[in-house]
Design a binder for this molecule. Structure first.
Ligand SMILES: CC(C)(COP(=O)(O)OP(=O)(O)OC[C@H]1O[C@@H](n2cnc3c(N)ncnc32)[C@H](O)[C@@H]1OP(=O)(O)O)[C@@H](O)C(=O)NCCC(=O)NCCSC(=O)/C=C/CCCCCCCCCCCCC(=O)O
Ligand SMILES: Cc1cc2nc3c(=O)[nH]c(=O)nc-3n(C[C@H](O)[C@H](O)[C@H](O)COP(=O)(O)OP(=O)(O)OC[C@H]3O[C@@H](n4cnc5c(N)ncnc54)[C@H](O)[C@@H]3O)c2cc1C
Length: 710
């Protein structure tokens, strides 16, 4: 026995040494008190979540950025817009030089691509957006909407001979993509398209990279044949600048849109096309093509389907944004929790002040966002892998019904996951800002930057409220399938399969009567399934009623969004996120010593999200009496209280290194005041009088001399 235990002790210590080398101890200091209280080993959880290879990969990226002077933080305090753009571009170039992941590696381990995006996003959102618009959004649109004949454009991006952008939005149309006005008319004699913006309202606007840098754009335009017919929206590769000079091409008026509320490293621009001739081959011909003589051909007979397919490349962006915004949520919550664990205010006695994290209020404001970061992170990665599966199908030209259904399901999921994740990050960032009090309002602590740079994620790649309609349309289409085709409800990823038990589920009632019961995430999950079935039934009924009362389809849909379809789409995606996280935390491969904390996070995310729907749960009869509402509230508070002691360690698992986090109030050493004070004193000219000091000291105002005379 002794020898067995000695061997296993040796193995344990060997594993611990290995773990310590991979993830060195964090500095001792004011955060140690909480670190010692944690119910689990943060290194073990980090290893379980990411795996050794990804931990090393992250370290490679973070270390490269930290050691490269081009990425130095705070070297210039207030950058001019011009300098901000320049720096972001230079960094973008440098990222291409680092080439952290080759195409082959990305094919073999696609998740690493997402890890790279996340690391860059944690450093700076402008950088990742600028980089991805060129290297992913442009190239992916070319590759997936075009064909082999367009591969040269992708190659040219990789060698930076050209720089890309994606231009769909126009001055007078954004969400309503179908009605874009830019026109591409085929000229059979010249074998060219003639691109025109009929008026200034048709100018492309808001296009990232278009302002100063892009030489090429994927431009969406109505394709018209010489017979005068319009065949709908199609994408074209358009050269807008000369790569040798960065001057605009003849026929293109291209410019910059100026300062934004955030994300100012990205140059968002506009463009107007005036009789710009582009080669016939520049039509991205996946959805439709043109014969040399000017006949239009398409494998999509249904124009609606063709339109959907022409916008297909947006799905990958929405999937990736779901992940990128979780990075913002992680950054914000890590800052707020570390601050709250070291910031002391008030106390039970005059001589004892306690960390603000000890207050139930602070726990309730922050810890659910920590749980959301974990649950959404898991979901975004799993959705990304679903997308990879779909993408492989596209590459292999899979024409099966399953592949088509998978595309519809991913479109529906991503049209709701982008809204859910970007809003959660947006609300979370604001809560974290306030949770750090006045220090949270100092730019140096980064919460303002995180909040402002996250904000446009709620709008670009589709306005959140508009996108949610795609998800509810998808769910409602299953009701029709069930009623009319009498086939079972079954989707490739299984996200809607529970709807098959619709009647059963609607007959269920809130099952938990104690806090202990409610701690199991299956309680929140069951409630969510009921909620989705209920909202689906009510949305369907509402649409029918609207139509019975004489509304057109258009009016009926618009009048059924608030309280019905919108809530349905959000409840559905929350249910899916919860379902996947629930399965993950319960899985037998999840180490048993990590399960308790992960299960608590899962239960908290589920109940906290669910608590926003209490009125509906009572309205539909799922809950009755005082008990369910009370039990849910008590369980949320109980979970926040228990997770409070794990919060710092949970942050240690997901937080990037200090250099990347870049927030003095949240360094790993927890030396809140030393770090804050040092950074304040290091600011430029902090102790100097202002250059305009004489305006006070010498030039006194002639009081009242400018008072208006009546
Ligand atoms: C969706 C709309 C609102 C539809 O409008 P509507 O006219 O009402 O049409 P419908 O009847 O609803 O639709 C017809 C059918 O088509 C289907 N459909 C629609 N869209 C898609 C789609 N994308 N994929 C598949 N199918 C689709 C629809 O379901 C219908 O089918 P069915 O008949 O019901 O079966 C539409 O008009 C719309 O999309 N509007 C929004 C416009 C929009 O999104 N604009 C975005 C402009 S680009 C932009 O904003 C860019 C910003 C910069 C972001 C940078 C982010 C960088 C960080 C993230 C990292 C990105 C990595 C990228 C990775 C990569 O690309 O590889
Ligand atoms: C930072 C940033 C970067 C961007 N980058 C790009 C880019 O690279 N390429 C590009 O092409 N575009 C880009 N855009 C534009 C972006 O895609 C659009 O802003 C977005 O699609 C929304 O369109 P819109 O601004 O025209 O809003 P609108 O469609 O005018 O919407 C205005 C409001 O009306 C509401 N609304 C609209 N339709 C409905 C409806 N049917 N029902 C209910 N409410 C409705 C919306 O919810 C919204 O609140 C970018 C935008 C930003 C902010």
């Amino acid at each position: 026995m002794a020898s067995v235990s000695t061997t296993s002790a040796k193995r344990d210590s060997h594993e611990q040494n290995h773990l310590d080398l991979l993830l060195p101890d964090l500095p001792k200091g004011p955060l140690s008190m909480y670190r010692e209280k944690a119910s689990f080993c943060w290194k073990q959880l980090a290893l379980f979540l990411d795996g050794e290879d990804v931990i090393r990969f992250k370290k490679t990226i973070f270390t490269a950025l930290e050691n490269d002077p081009l990425f130095a933080r705070n070297s210039e305090e207030h950058l001019s817009l011009e300098r901000c753009r320049e720096l972001t571009f230079l960094r973008c170039k440098r990222i291409m030089e680092y080439d952290f992941i080759t195409m082959d590696e990305a094919m073999a381990q696609p998740l690493k691509l997402l890890v790279l995006f996340s690391c860059l996003a944690m450093y700076d959102m402008s950088l990742v957006v600028k980089y991805l618009l060129n290297c992913q959004v442009f190239t992916n649109a070319v590759a997936s909407t075009g064909s082999e004949r367009h591969s040269a454009f992708v190659e040219q991006v990789r060698s930076m001979e050209i720089f890309g952008c994606f231009a769909l939005t126009e001055l007078s149309h954004g969400s309503d993509a179908k009605h874009m006005k830019t026109k591409a008319t085929y000229d059979a004699d010249a074998k060219e398209f003639i691109l025109n913006s009929p008026d200034f309202e048709a100018a492309n606007v808001g296009v990232g990279n278009m302002g100063k840098t892009a030489t090429h754009a994927v431009v969406y335009a109505q394709l018209c044949t010489p017979d005068g017919k319009c065949h709908g929206l199609h994408a074209f590769v358009v050269q807008i600048r000369d790569p040798k000079t960065l001057m605009s091409m003849p026929g293109v008026m291209v410019g910059d849109m100026g300062l934004k509320l955030g994300l100012n490293g990205v140059d968002n621009g506009f463009a107007i096309f005036h009789n710009l001739r582009i080669p016939k081959e520049n039509l991205l011909n996946h959805t439709g093509d043109i014969t040399p003589t000017g006949n239009y051909t398409s494998s999509f007979k249904d124009p609606k389907q063709r339109f959907g397919a022409s916008l297909g490349s947006l799905a990958s962006g929405r999937v990736s944004i779901t992940n990128v915004v979780v990075c913002n949520l992680k950054l914000a919550i890590c800052i707020a929790i570390r601050f709250s664990a070291t910031r002391r205010q008030f106390g039970p006695r005059d001589d004892e002040e306690i960390p603000v994290l000890e207050y139930q209020m602070q726990q309730w404001r922050l810890i659910p966002y920590l749980a959301a970061a974990y649950a959404l992170d898991h979901f975004s990665k799993s959705l990304f892998m679903n997308f990879v599966e779909f993408h492989v199908g596209l590459l292999f030209k899979d024409k099966s019904a399953r592949q088509a259904e998978l595309g519809r399901e991913i479109h529906a999921l991503s049209c709701a996951s982008k809204p859910l994740a970007s809003w959660t990050a947006q609300h979370g960032a604001q809560e974290c800002r306030e949770a750090c009090g006045g220090h949270g309002f100092l730019a140096m602590n980064r919460l303002g930057e995180i909040r402002n740079d996250n904000d446009p994620n709620c709008t670009y790649e589709g306005d959140n409220n508009v996108l949610l309609q795609q998800t509810s349309n998808y769910l409602l289409s299953w009701v029709t399938v069930k009623h009319e085709d009498k086939v079972p409800i079954e989707s490739p990823l299984g996200s809607v399969n529970f709807l098959e038990r619709f009647d059963d589920i609607l007959g269920q009632r809130f099952p938990a009567s104690t806090v202990k019961d409610c701690m199991d995430s299956s309680v929140a999950l069951a409630a969510y399934q009921w909620l989705v079935c209920y909202l689906l039934r009510e949305s369907y009924k509402k649409l029918q009623k609207e139509k019975e009362n004489g509304s057109s389809d258009f009016e009926a849909r618009n009048n059924s969004q608030v309280y019905y379809c919108r809530s349905l789409a959000l409840a559905f995606i929350e249910c899916t996120v919860l379902q996947r996280y629930h399965e993950y935390t319960q899985d037998s491969s999840t180490p048993s010593n990590l399960q308790p904390v992960l299960k608590r996070l899962c239960a908290l995310y589920g109940l906290w999200s669910l608590s926003k729907y209490m009125a509906v749960l009572y309205q539909g009869g799922y809950c009755a009496g005082e008990q369910p509402g009370r039990v849910i509230q008590h369980t949320i508070l109980d979970l926040c209280g228990t997770l409070k002691d794990d919060a710092v360690a949970l942050v240690d698992v997901i937080v990037p290194p200090d250099f990347i986090l870049n927030s003095p109030i949240a360094r790993a050493d927890g030396e809140l005041y030393k770090n804050l004070w040092t950074t304040m004193l290091q600011g430029s000219k902090v102790l100097e009088r202002p250059s305009w000091w004489a305006e006070f000291c010498a030039n006194k105002p002639n009081i009242g001399s400018l008072r208006p005379k009546l």
